[in-house]
Design a protein around this ligand. Structure first.
Ligand SMILES: Nc1ncnc2c1ncn2[C@@H]1O[C@H](COP(=O)(O)OP(=O)(O)OP(=O)(O)O)[C@@H](O)[C@H]1O
Ligand SMILES: O=P(O)(O)OC[C@@]1(O)O[C@H](CO)[C@@H](O)[C@@H]1O
Length: 307
């Protein structure tokens, strides 16, 4: 079974605007809503690939109900911890005809100690050997920053595989719990390692340093340039195909979904990354946090080369 865990889901609103003007009223030409938060996006992309997954996480209020309904419409199974707070809304403004955007992420609702305890209890009850768990996104207020580290230890004890994509201190603490795989983008990788600008390290050296933090394998995404994967000994760089970029938000989550698609079928890491790259490129070519289709992904896969 594949589970995605989103501690901080979000209704993603995207407004298309002609220009970004300060101190004046901007009238949007269109608006769209997507059921976002990194783990939910992974479940949505897996559904595009005809893969069944269960979305787990904290959900609350009217926004939470909206998110749950949107996931159910896409035939995604859900198993949530209800919270008293309201799930957040994140807003993007995109300049018409381009991929230039301004994105504001809400910190998310306050989660109580009781709600945190109910999450641990749920994960412990669900996890079985051989399951894949994708833990993704920020940690909302009230949840200890050790949450991912503790969940990874629990999941690994149960014999599950863990794919982690987060940010900041929670990400760093979680690496020491030895997740199966992590996927920072290059900026997040540099932040995890405390590297300053102009450090001059190669992708292999950065990957080696990341492995020293604890994860078994590492993927670093590089936006339009593709991504690299490192299994502790060999590094593969996979270039992304050229596309017309509409909105890259969520491309990283699609890359994760594409990799899980491959790994779940027994692909070697570089082949799974090839599938991930095609999914990321497909999603970057679509507006909002809209996701690529299976047909687009298959067409793009033919244009991806593993080096
Ligand atoms: N403009 C683009 N052209 C082609 N491929 C792209 C483009 N943008 C993203 N991708 C694909 O999507 C993958 C993930 O993108 P990126 O590195 O931007 O992830 P990210 O920073 O985690 O994104 P996010 O957090 O917004 O989901 C890349 O490795 C690449 O394969
Ligand atoms: O605030 P976080 O949890 O780091 O990121 C949340 C978010 O920006 O990530 C997704 C794109 O990757 C969006 O659906 C969502 O708005």
């Amino acid at each position: 079974m594949i589970y995605t865990l989103t501690l901080n889901p979000a209704v993603d609103i995207e407004y298309q605007v002609k220009s970004f003007d300060l101190n004046s009223v901007t009238r949007a030409s269109s608006c769209r809503m997507d059921a976002g938060g990194k783990g939910f996006n992974v479940s949505r992309m897996l559904a595009q690939l005809d893969m069944v997954s269960t979305a787990v996480g904290f959900i609350g209020g009217h926004s939470g109900a909206r998110l749950e309904a949107a996931l159910k419409r896409q035939k995604i199974e859900t198993n949530f911890c209800d919270i008293t707070g309201e799930s957040r809304t994140n807003v993007s403004f995109v300049r018409e005809g381009s991929s230039d955007h301004y994105k504001v992420n809400d910190p998310g609702p306050e989660i109580s100690a009781f709600e945190v305890a109910s999450l641990y209890e749920k994960v412990s009850r669900l996890a079985l050997p051989g399951d894949w768990w994708i833990l993704a996104g920020s940690v909302p207020p009230g949840v200890p920053l050790t949450v991912y580290a503790e969940l990874i230890r629990l999941l690994k004890q149960k014999g599950a595989q863990v794919f982690l994509d987060s940010s900041g201190e929670a990400f760093k603490l979680a690496c020491s719990a030895q997740p199966t795989l992590i996927k920072p983008n290059l900026e997040e990788a540099e932040e995890l390692l405390g590297l300053s600008k102009g450090h001059g390290l190669s992708l292999k050296e950065i990957s080696q340093k990341l492995i020293q933090l604890g994860p078994e394998k590492v993927v670093i995404s590089l936006g339009k340039d593709g991504a690299c994967c490192f299994d502790g000994s060999s590094l593969n760089i996979v270039k992304s195909p050229n596309i017309v970029e509409k909105n890259p938000v969520g491309a990283g989550d699609s890359l994760v979904a594409g990799m899980v698609w491959g790994l779940f079928q027994g692909d070697a890491l570089p082949i799974a990354l090839k599938k991930g790259i095609a999914c990321g490129a497909a999603t970057a070519s679509i507006e909002g946090t809209g996701l690529g289709t299976l047909e687009q992904v298959q067409q793009l896969m033919a244009r991806v080369d593993v080096q």
